[in-house]
Design a binder for this molecule. Structure first.
Ligand code: ZN
Ligand code: FE
Length: 258
């Protein structure tokens, strides 16, 4: 048994956030990821009878850190946050940057710097557990808006994530998949993997079920933000000979306007 036990807290309003809960089964160590609000997280932790020791933060936005201080106070949990956000996540106990390790019990995660959505954004990758916590960098069928970084920053970050193993489970921080998928189909309508993912997504959402986590294979095959090389997308945008980063920037711009 090498995986995490997991659960998630869905906070529909205002931003359809997910707070992921991970338990390393050998030690029983529990981590909470990006708790934007404390109350709904506490409710689920109580039901599970899980006591978090760690709070992992991916970036400084309020919908990801707003509940961290209250959880720290209640459970005595340690807050781990991006080094580059040291000046704006003052409640953290430890700051980590690219290449650093974090441990949830015996599970070792590697920190990846993934600037673009914000300049300080990090992701946590647990290779043995095949688990990627990617905040607002990679979404299922989408990616985060470029609030602080450049298209080049984000494209490099997404390319790094996209190189992780096929069966990596992708735990993103928002339930935006269905709207992302509608946009994706508008620029790559003949993509079979995308069509079939959207069928699944619609069925899940109709039952009120999460579309997260997805897998890296699924994202590589269906997420247009990882697919600027796609001949269909390029033809549709009239960018057959452009660089990947320029196609990526155009896709991001079109999504912002959509
Ligand atoms: Zn954000
Ligand atoms: Fe967010």
């Amino acid at each position: 048994m090498t995986g995490f036990e997991t659960d998630l807290v869905y906070i529909e309003k205002p931003l359809a956030n997910y707070v992921h809960l991970l338990r390393e089964p050998k030690s029983g160590t529990v981590a909470v990821v990006d708790p934007g609000w404390a109350e709904p997280v506490i409710k689920v932790l109580e039901r599970l009878q899980w006591q978090p020791e760690l709070i992992l933060l991916t970036h400084h936005h309020a919908d990801h850190i707003g509940g961290a201080s209250a959880l720290k106070a209640r459970y005595g949990a340690r807050i781990i946050a991006p080094l580059a956000d040291r000046h704006r996540i003052s409640e953290a106990d430890e700051w980590v940057g690219d290449g650093d390790s974090v441990h949830i019990g015996s599970a070792r995660g590697e920190v990846l710097a993934v600037p673009g959505h914000t300049t300080g954004h990090i992701a946590y990758h647990f290779p043995e557990q095949k688990t990627l916590l990617c905040g607002d960098t990679l979404f299922s069928l989408g990616c985060g808006r470029l609030f602080e970084g450049t298209p080049d920053d984000m494209w490099q970050s997404l390319s790094r994530l996209s190189a992780l193993p096929d069966d990596t489970k992708v735990y993103c921080a928002h339930e935006y998949t269905e709207a992302n998928g509608r946009f994706a189909l508008s620029i790559e309508p003949d993509n079979k993997a995308l069509q079939s993912r959207m069928e699944d997504v619609k069925a899940l959402r109709a039952k009120g079920l999460p579309t997260v986590p997805s897998t890296m294979t699924m994202e590589r095959d269906a997420n247009p933000f990882l697919r600027p090389h796609s001949p269909e997308i390029r033809a549709r945008l009239g960018m057959e000979t452009a660089d990947d980063v320029d196609v990526f920037a155009r896709i991001r711009h079109m999504k912002d306007q959509s």
